[in-house]
Design a protein around this ligand. Structure first.
Ligand code: HEC
Length: 108
């Protein structure tokens, strides 16, 4: 029989993990509606404004640094909102890391 204190301890430990900084979850809730799950979704926000670019493009990914990505997320750009007020620096880092996973192989 497992002692009750052990059960509570384990629940407590897993409970802490329910607030993870998961870049893919953040991306899906904050970014995918404009950029699409895979980053390709160039949903035009307003006629006459720049649509979101293809975030999976290997050429674009190569030319952009993590610092530049953090900057865009913090400040926003064009029709894209700034996330400085809604995402903490560690969450922004997690989303930037997720953006890197959207990169497609160069041949495609
Ligand atoms: C309301 C729609 C919208 C949301 C939500 C949004 N974006 Fe954007 N995003 C845009 C648009 C539109 C642009 C192009 C802006 C421009 O260049 O004028 C853009 C540009 C970008 C760029 C810059 C690409 C470049 O040209 O260098 C990155 C990176 C990016 N978004 C990532 C994200 C991430 C990550 C999130 C979630 C935290 C997000 N966006 C949320 C609409 C959105």
């Amino acid at each position: 029989m497992v002692p009750a204190w052990l059960v509570l301890l384990l629940l407590g430990v897993t409970g802490c993990k329910s607030d993870p900084v998961d870049g893919s979850v953040l991306y899906r809730s904050a970014c995918a509606r404009c950029h699409g799950e895979d980053g390709r979704g160039g949903l035009q926000t307003q006629p006459g404004t720049a649509p979101p670019r293809d975030l999976g493009s290997p050429t674009w990914q190569e030319g952009v640094t993590d610092d530049q990505l953090r900057e865009v997320l913090r400040r926003g750009r064009g029709q894209m909102p700034a996330f400085e007020g809604t995402l903490s620096p560690s969450k922004i880092d997690a989303v930037v890391a997720h953006l890197r996973t959207l990169r497609r192989p160069a041949s495609k």
